[in-house]
Write a protein that binds this ligand. Structure first.
Ligand SMILES: [Zn+2]
Length: 277
């Protein structure tokens, strides 16, 4: 085992305007901070960082700021939360599920980190065309020239998911699983937690009911947003089914969570939850 401890942080709380996404009316920006033995820290996603909180319209785009009403307090950044944990100087790797503003918005706070992103995603974020791409990919967020290290579909199978990729320089306890649909190069990131796995599913879904969780709070806003932002709706639906199978498995615990569901985030943060070790 090379993973010491896993922290669940909210790097981007949002209150979508007029879009009832769930019973709480908020979306979180679920970020994992994985402490490795030896002291290095691996982040999964980065939330919205300090620079973007200071200049939100320029860096995040006026439509996002107006429509999603992100919390922009300094103390909400992943960087500030890592300072409190004594970990801010130890971030060596960032694994991005994809390059949307609310996931890549904190890169500039960790300029020395290697940033792992799927080749198809990096290509899409490097040649932004069309309304959907201009809204989601904000090139100012990587204007400082991060050390991107792109990866392709790997040759391994991970619990029935093909194309799994162990990332260069990282332990085999952090695995990227290509699940395109929301974006072209979207991945889920599996992180080993003892005998179990945490599966950060990014934006594969937005409401826990999509992967079979027993929930009857409002969901149409989440579904509408999911549909509007998807580059391939059939793949989005297929991803729901595959992740639901993982959630339903009984031989082992797979703690699957969306980047944005506040109920799942709360469960992961619970002191006696399966995840915080
Ligand atoms: Zn997102």
């Amino acid at each position: 085992m090379t993973i010491n401890r896993i922290h669940h942080l909210d790097g981007c709380t949002m209150r979508p305007r007029g879009l009832p996404v769930n019973g709480r009316g908020i979306l979180v920006g679920h970020v994992l901070a994985v402490e490795l033995r030896g002291g290095d820290v691996v982040l999964v996603d980065s939330g919205i960082g300090r620079a973007a909180r200071r200049e939100p319209r320029r860096m995040l785009g006026a439509a996002f700021v107006h429509g999603f009403r992100p919390d922009l307090s300094e103390s909400g950044s992943v960087f500030a939360q890592l300072v409190d944990l004594g970990l801010a100087d130890h971030v060596r790797h960032i694994v991005l599920t994809h390059l949307d503003v609310d996931h890549a918005g904190g890169l500039s706070d960790f300029p020395r980190a290697t940033v792992h992103v799927h080749t198809r995603e990096l290509a899409a974020g490097s040649s932004v065309r069309g309304w959907n791409a201009r809204m989601r990919y904000r090139t100012a967020l990587w204007g400082h020239g991060p050390r991107f290290r792109s990866f392709s579909d790997g040759g391994d199978s991970w619990n029935g998911f093909d194309g799994a990729q162990v990332l260069e320089g990282l332990t085999d306890e952090v695995v990227a699983i290509p699940l395109p649909g929301h974006t072209l190069g979207h991945v889920a990131v599996a992180v080993r937690s003892g005998e179990n796995w945490l599966v950060h599913a990014g934006d594969c879904y937005f409401h826990g009911s999509s992967v079979g969780r027993d929930r009857n709070d409002v969901r149409w806003g989440a579904e509408l947003f999911e549909t509007v932002m998807a580059v391939d709706r059939r793949k989005v639906a297929a991803n729901h089914e595959r992740l639901a199978e993982l959630v339903a498995r009984t031989d082992r615990t797979f703690e699957v969570f969306s980047a944005h569901d506040p109920f799942e985030f709360e469960k992961c943060r619970a002191p006696n939850g399966a995840n915080e070790r």
